[in-house]
Design a protein around this ligand. Sequence first.
Ligand SMILES: C[S@@+](CC[C@H](N)C(=O)[O-])C[C@H]1O[C@@H](n2cnc3c(N)ncnc32)[C@H](O)[C@@H]1O
Length: 496
Amino acid sequence: MDIQAYRLKRQLTQEELAEALGVTNVTISKWENGQAQPSEKHMTKLKSISIHEEMKVVPFRPIQYLGSKLKLLTSIEVLVEQVAKEGRFCDLFAGSGVVSSYMANKHDVTACDIQGYSAILTSSLLHRSTLDHQGMAMFLKEVNDTFMLTDKSIFSLIEYEELLLDKASNGESDLLVNFSTCASLYTTKVNPIQIENEDTKLKSLISDVISLKDIESFQTLYLYGGVYFSYRQALLIDLIRQSADELKNVDDRSIVISSLLSACSEIVNTVGKQFAQPMKLTNTKGEIKKLQLARTIQNKSYDVPEKVKKAFINFLSAQQHIPKPDNHEVICTDVFNFLKNYDKEVGCFYADPPYTTDHYSRFYHVLETIALYDSPSLSFMNKKGIRVIMNGLYRTDRHQSEFCVPSSAINAFDKLFAGCSKFNAPLIVSYSPFDVDNNERSRLLSEERIEQIARKYYSKVSFVHNDSHKHRKLHSNKNNVDSIKHSEMFVVCEME
Ligand SMILES: C[S@@+](CC[C@H](N)C(=O)[O-])C[C@H]1O[C@@H](n2cnc3c(N)ncnc32)[C@H](O)[C@@H]1O
């Protein structure tokens, strides 16, 4: 029996199957590689694991995304059904793509977002690929074969990091703490004066790697290796990303890159699984933060191909209801540019813009680079008079949204309502007076201000509250699940 095919058909990861059978991941891996055979007892158990039909239609969270509307999908659907006219459903700030994906069941969808990672994720939720489980397994096997051919100096650096992680899990964390501030290959190459590395072995290993001729082409390794991901994970991310570009079918390319983005969002070594700041292992007094250390060891142990496979299964399930060919489209551009140039009939707009000063590009810049794979340069700042590359390793060209800048936000909302109103279609805008996902950052526009602007362009404006929606407070000390009155609402704008 082909255990791996059997497992994938049941949409299970190695970890999940191991748990169901009461064995370790290593055992499952050995069965799948033919290094061992399941006993009769395990075979009987294995055969009793059925295919869960209902998994095929359950929406999933492609990436950890601030402001994701995954939990509001049915409320959005109900509202759209009440007001939509003949024409396309336009998801103007598609983000992780979950709204577009959900609405694609009943509508022709147009999704728009300025970020490249959003366009790729949403494409994989709206267009079917031709790649199946077996095709993906072969793809990943080839990646693994290429990994084995990696330059020796990169392997030595990978092994050294793993040695430090091992030592740290046995209580010897000094070298790993030093490593956590010195691991960036990009910083060492571009601005070495900001690195104070006391570990001579690490210094020499990094120096060997950054002098490799083609090191900059391994973009994740070069920019984020050892920092947001372990060097091993970063190299595997690069190999998968590069191999994806060789796939001929554009939808196959999208699903592989989307699965990779999804995996990166799960394994990234940060607090909260966004990419704003890498994990810091010491406090201001220089004392080791035990929890962060434990998380780092855990995060850096995740197996990239395994996580990619798991995400691929989810994307495939989400694609099951999409007809081929489909009538959906994804447009990666600024919303104002989209509204100015779009010429198809729109039945309903859904707008979920940002409302705080936090630019999405600050939280998801690493995913943007993996999506675009365009060798960006990274931003500098002034620290005590010295020019240093910023800790977050942000792209210099990261998008600054007009919706997030206090001096331009009101005008941005005005332009949004004005632009949509020209299509003579209803507009549903998501709004929440609290930003519980992100430390309750204050909103740039009040509910009253939004209403004022909406009334300039629409004759009928109503507020629909969604009190049942519950948020988990990400950074709350209470770490509980709070129900907040009027935590989420929709502004429904129509022309009478
Ligand atoms: C609140 S999130 C949308 C979340 C999405 N509804 C979901 O469920 O995943 C806001 C999105 O607006 C996008 N954005 C911000 N400014 C934009 C602009 N000027 N044009 C297009 N997209 C923009 C950001 O990239 C981000 O993905």
